[in-house]
Write a protein that binds this ligand. Structure first.
Ligand code: MRU
Length: 339
């Protein structure tokens, strides 16, 4: 599988997902500011991938200047953390990874080159851990899938949304290996088309049978009895299990409940925000309306049309059948225990 991002010779290379599926091109980032730009402008996206990229951004920051004291290095790194934190507000993995990097920096007592080396090692550890976590999520989730399942997924929660393997798509990958997946319904995911451009591409590469549908077709197929399960990722899971994910997820959960179809969230424990009591407290990113008014720079609405673009919505905990993590499968109301 193609790499979402990687570290080479002191630079971070980020796959520009805005160009997929037409072009495979990496953006070479030498500074944390360059990484922040790729996150803000959606060259890299997906909660765990954003977290890993931010960790790489911190590692770059530790390397990008000759500091004359450890104190000045730490001041610079804390500033870099705040810059990276301002890129996208909803995915908690971003803040989780930045807090982890900051803790390491603040607790360090040694030379500036030592700090740079340690930061790089920690970022690489976050990267490797993410892939292993996703494989465990895949393994745990595959057990829930019945033979010959037709699974609907929304957005892209695949290898491209993580350091590798994916969360929701990781479950589908693992279940497919066990011959449990007959067909994947891929929501195109307006307005950014993560489903059509990214998920369909990943499934094609893996030769997993899929069919692309527009977001407003899910109810039709559910009513016909064509969908056996819904699996999606998450950007932030509140302590009570309410889950923020790509806009459109909430509508799918309502449809799934109505049609008695299991609705699963697949996410690493780092996506659970124990400091947020419930979904009403989650900060929902509002993105530029031009992303709704245009598709690939082609205007699809009258000049001057007003549009809204909340990038995420919140699915209430009681609409979620189970949350699949690397440590096991939990009911939404069991999360408190994990805190
Ligand atoms: O705006 P995006 O593309 O970053 O949104 C991504 C999603 O909503 C994903 O479903 C979520 O981050 C989980 S990715 C494993």
């Amino acid at each position: 599988m193609i790499k979402t991002l990687y570290w080479k010779n002191g630079s971070t290379y980020i796959l520009d997902q805005r160009l997929l599926p037409d072009k495979v091109r990496y953006i070479k980032c030498r500074t944390h500011l360059a990484v922040a730009k790729t996150i803000k402008e959606m060259a890299i996206r997906g909660a765990p991938a954003i977290g890993v990229a931010a960790a790489f951004g911190m590692a770059l920051a530790a390397n990008e200047r000759k500091f004359n004291s450890l104190k000045s290095a730490k001041i610079f790194l804390v500033k870099a953390k705040h810059t990276l934190a301002k890129t996208r507000p909803t995915a908690v993995n971003l803040f989780w990874a930045l807090d982890r990097m900051e803790k390491l920096v603040l607790e360090f007592n040694g030379s500036c080159p030592g700090l740079a080396k340690l930061s790089k090692e920690e970022a690489l550890r976050i990267y490797t851990e993410d892939i292993n976590i996703n494989k465990n999520i895949g393994r745990n989730g595959a057990r829930l899938i019945k033979r010959n399942s037709r699974i609907l997924t929304h957005c892209n929660a695949g290898a491209l949304a993580t350091a590798g393997y994916g969360t929701a798509l990781g479950v589908i990958r693992s279940a497919f290996k066990k011959n449990k997946v007959k067909l994947v319904f891929v929501d195109e995911t307006r307005p950014y088309l993560q489903g059509a451009r990214l998920t369909a591409w990943e499934l094609k590469e893996e030769k997993i049978p899929y069919v692309l549908i527009t977001d407003n077709m899910a109810g039709y197929f559910m009513k016909k009895g064509d969908i056996d399960a819904v699996i999606v990722g998450a950007d932030r899971i509140a302590k009570n299990g309410d889950t923020a994910n790509k806009i459109g997820t909430y509508s799918l959960s309502v449809l799934a409940k109505h049609h008695d179809i299991p609705f699963y969230i697949a996410a690493p424990l780092s996506t659970i925000d124990f400091k947020t009591r419930d979904g009403s407290k989650i900060n929902i990113e509002e993105r530029p309306s031009k992303e709704v008014l245009n598709i690939n720079k082609l205007s699809i609405a009258p000049k001057g049309a007003v549009a809204r673009h909340p990038a995420f919505d919140v699915t209430p905990a009681n609409y979620i059948t189970a949350i699949i993590t690397e440590k096991g499968v939990f009911k939404a109301n069991e999360l408190k225990k994990l805190a």
